[in-house]
Write a protein that binds this ligand. Structure first.
Ligand code: GUN
Length: 323
């Protein structure tokens, strides 16, 4: 097995045998492959794929995500555009915009950044997107395609988790995967993708009777609940692979010091930004028990945007009958 650059011990990843599964090298490799595929599509007379990301309102975090998706497309040679709409846009006007993008043959991927302002019916908007352009994989048609094992545009984050496991040589087939979280964006599609890859799958959630007992049966434990450091060593079997999809802001120093005692890099970052990003897993205490673990930040999160880009190319190839 090759040593990836982010496997090198850093102040946060010193442990004897635990592999630190950083997302950067996998993300870079996928983007390089996508750039080659785009170039060959265009060279062979195909149309250059195009993503339009729709941003309603001016939430800073959403604007950053959307910009990285459009820019990521451009970096691999595709067209990426952000359509910025005012927060007080009328629902009907947003619907008309989606219909126009559906009808535009030059647009291959449509993505509406969530959450939408409260006065807009999110479900209605997501169901309006042409399923063949739905690069988020949120449309019920794509959910159905995914669960019935058909070719589907699948949500980016769980697709990224599968890529990370496969490309870091972690066997999925025949292993017991436990997912904590049942969201439509991560938990449920993650279960479908793991099943497709022949894992035995358990989904846990807030009403699960004995979370620690369920989790400690996992060969592959996937945390996607949005609760900082919810999963500790008591949730992890010795030698399990731990994938942390959580991305939570900690904005008090006492919590940060409890989760990352004496970690100067963390404390410096906190002082600069006023918060620190932590996952759903108590990384410091779990990493010595796991055989492999993804860090936060620097793990799964780096793959999400990359998989949206990959979905845009896939959608385009399917639409151009070049898949
Ligand atoms: N908001 C948070 N996650 C996502 C995502 O994966 N896609 C979109 N469109 N919005 C989001």
């Amino acid at each position: 097995m090759t040593m990836q650059p982010e496997d090198q011990p850093t102040s946060e990843s010193k442990s004897n045998q635990t592999r630190i599964l950083g997302g950067k090298s996998v993300s870079t490799a996928i983007r390089q492959e996508l750039a080659v595929e785009v170039a060959s599509l265009v060279e062979s007379g195909g149309r250059r794929p195009k993503l339009v990301a729709v941003l309603v309102g001016d939430d800073t975090a959403s604007a950053t995500y959307v910009a990285s998706k459009a820019r990521g497309c451009q970096e691999v040679g595709m067209d990426g555009e952000t359509l910025r709409l005012p927060a007080d846009i009328d629902g009907g006007e947003l619907e008309a915009t989606i219909r126009r993008l559906n009808d535009d043959d030059g647009v291959d991927g449509i993505l509406v950044q969530l959450p939408l302002p409260k006065h807009i019916d999110e479900d209605r908007i997501l169901q309006l997107i042409d399923p063949d352009k739905d690069v988020d994989g949120f449309h019920p048609v794509n959910v159905g395609r995914l669960w019935s094992g058909r070719d589907a545009l699948a949500p980016a984050t769980p697709t990224g988790v599968i890529e990370l496991l496969q490309r870091r040589d972690i066997e999925i087939r025949g292993r017991h995967a436990v997912i904590v979280g049942r969201s439509n964006i991560v938990g449920k599609p993650m279960a479908a993708l793991l099943l497709q890859n022949h894992a035995t799958v358990t989904i846990c959630h807030s009403r699960t009777a004995d979370l620690a007992a369920e989790c400690s049966r996992a060969d592959i434990l996937i945390a996607a609940v949005g609760v900082p450091a919810l999963l500790g060593p008591e949730h992890v079997k010795d030698g399990a692979v731990v994938i942390d999809v959580g991305m939570n802001r900690v904005d008090d120093t006492a919590t940060l010091e409890r989760l990352y005692p004496g970690n100067e890099k963390r404390r410096n970052g906190f002082e600069k930004r006023g918060f620190s990003l932590v996952g759903d897993v108590d990384y410091t205490r779990v990493k010595t028990k796991a055989s492999a673990i993804t860090p936060v930040p620097g793990g799964v999160g780096l793959l999400t945007v990359t998989m949206v880009i990959a979905n845009t190319l896939r959608a385009s190839k399917l639409r151009q009958h070049r898949a």
